[in-house]
Design a protein around this ligand. Structure first.
Ligand code: 5GP
Length: 213
């Protein structure tokens, strides 16, 4: 089988658990998935690590990355810049891995416009109540920040029809498996497999000519 990776965007409301899904998916299948690490100007949260969760940048550093065209896409979210460094994504795709981008909707739209074959997934908790409980429970944002993120969630809900699949994050492990299945099924689309069929076709032609296959 030809070994080519897909570009996959996973978006979802703040508190949907999309970050955890991505981390679990890459940990479960390290040979299959590579998780892109974004650059951001927001401040680092307790428990986060430079280069693992984000590349934390000043506004000036980020704007330099924009000018140098080092980002595949970028957007502002609740007052900060977020963007996907180009180099890592290109490197990982060339090794055949599926590359996961955990980004918000403006970035998703930019990526889809540049790479139309990108698979767009959207994650939501089962209800607004669960979403709010999770946001308050994780305790990393102030009430004002939570309200700003929920306001943004409403806007994202209104634009969610650009996505290909909805994943409802009720049971985390099931959600990870479902995400993996959706991606594997997408990879089986005939448009990605024509080369595999071509190899079999060519072998059969050689067989009919009496050649060893
Ligand atoms: P957070 O501050 O909670 O880590 O992320 C805020 C939002 O920014 C989330 O919706 C997250 O998916 C999104 N985000 C993270 N990295 C990127 C990126 O590189 N580009 C874009 N467009 N959005 C991002």
């Amino acid at each position: 089988m030809k070994n080519s990776g897909l570009l996959i965007v996973l978006s979802g409301f703040a508190g949907s658990g999309k970050g955890t899904i991505m981390k679990k998916l890459t940990a479960a299948y390290p040979d299959r998935y590579a998780l892109s690490v974004s650059a951001t100007t927001r401040s680092i949260r307790p428990g986060e690590e430079e280069g693992r969760d984000y590349f934390f940048k000043t506004k000036e550093e980020f704007e330099t990355m924009i000018r140098r065209k080092e980002l595949l896409e970028y957007a502002t979210y609740v007052g900060n810049y977020y963007g996907t460094p180009k180099k890592y994504v290109e490197e990982q795709l060339s090794t055949g891995k599926h590359v996961l981008l955990e980004i918000e909707i403006q970035g998703a739209i930019q990526i889809k416009a540049k790479f139309p074959d990108t698979l767009l997934l959207f994650v939501t908790p089962p209800s607004a109540k669960t979403l709010l409980n999770r946001m308050h429970g994780r305790g990393t944002e102030s009430e004002d920040e939570i309200r700003a993120r929920m306001k943004r969630a409403i806007e994202e809900a209104q634009g969610s029809d650009v996505y290909d699949y909805l994943i409802i994050n009720d049971d985390l492990d099931q959600c990870v498996e479902q995400t993996n299945r959706i991606i594997e099924n997408e990879r089986c689309r005939m448009k990605y497999c024509l080369e595999d069929i071509y190899i079999i076709e060519e072998d059969l032609k050689r067989y009919l000519k009496g050649e060893e296959i």
